[in-house]
Design a protein around this ligand. Structure first.
Ligand SMILES: [Zn+2]
Length: 292
């Protein structure tokens, strides 16, 4: 997908255009952008995605917060008297780390509608945070592993655990992103696997944050044997709403807007023209028509 602007076309989350807008640094939004010199992207996204390109702000173009992960943005382009907004992944509700996505009125909205189905109804963050806290407290004699995506979810998990006075042990591949979060002012109290701090923390029951692929009972079982201490495992993902995971607990923690959030967002933009990407937007369209 592309948006025209006075100097040519802006590619939306891919590399085929005169300049590429990169909404955020999740890998499914980085196709072809590593080869681009000209980018419209936050400094945080450039750092998290290890992008060689440089950020430019062409005339009539600005970015708005998307509330999804560090540096996530929406694109707003004004040309020929028409205002177009594009949003990739976003979260409208505030979280422990970010404010919710900014909402601006526009003529045309291009929006990802992966979660544009009424079956997606996420609980309040606070409720989920407190469930995680209760699980950690109730199992203080066991090692606890929580699986989350390395970029975004893991940092939110660290922050949640910090709020309960816990500094988790984290995998090295998660640490790469933690250090960028810290560079941009997000303080994260954690110990990295392989360091003396982590060794010390693992001498008693500890909380670890691991990648999703490791958040499985067999991995917890192996740790139970290695540490001679019971190890429980959980996941933190929006998918816990509809999928069963091979874990002892599952927390519905999403960094996306759910159906009602998307609906509220779309209505807030007052856009006359709406284009849906990643999903056909059928449910959103019919609900919007009902509300019109
Ligand atoms: Zn994303």
């Amino acid at each position: 997908m592309q948006i025209p602007f006075p100097e040519g076309v802006i590619a939306l989350d891919h590399g085929s255009g005169d300049i590429s807008f990169v909404s955020h640094a999740h890998s499914d939004h980085l196709n072809g952008v590593k080869a681009k010199e000209r980018l419209i992207a936050s400094e945080e996204t450039i750092a998290l995605g290890n992008l060689p390109g440089k950020n430019e702000t062409p005339k009539g173009v600005k970015m708005l917060d998307a509330g999804h992960i560090l540096g996530s943005r929406q694109l707003c382009v004004e040309a020929d008297g028409k205002k177009i907004i594009y949003t990739g992944d976003m979260r409208t509700r505030p979280s422990m780390l970010f404010k919710g996505a900014e909402v601006e009125e526009c003529d045309k909205l291009i929006i990802e509608s992966t979660y544009g189905d009424p079956q997606y109804k996420f609980p309040d963050c606070e409720e989920v945070y407190s469930k995680i806290g209760k699980w950690v407290n109730a199992n203080s004699q066991s090692n606890l592993l929580i699986g989350g995506y390395a970029l975004g979810k893991s940092q939110e998990l660290i922050k949640i655990l910090n709020s309960f006075g816990v500094a988790p042990v984290v995998d090295r591949n998660i640490e790469r992103f933690n250090s960028v979060y810290e560079k941009f002012g997000v303080k994260l109290d954690r110990a990295v696997v392989g360091t003396p701090e982590a060794e010390e923390a693992m001498g008693r029951p500890f909380v670890g944050i691991v990648e999703m692929k490791r958040a499985k009972r067999y991995f917890a079982h192996r740790l139970s044997e290695a540490f001679n201490r019971k190890t429980l495992v959980a996941v933190a993902t929006g998918w816990a709403l509809n999928y069963r995971f091979d874990t002892d607990a599952a927390f519905v923690l999403s960094d996306h807007a759910d159906f009602e959030d998307l609906l509220g967002y779309v209505r807030g933009t007052n856009a006359k023209e709406i284009e849906f990407v990643h999903g056909d937007g059928t449910h959103l369209q019919s609900r919007l028509a009902m509300l019109a």
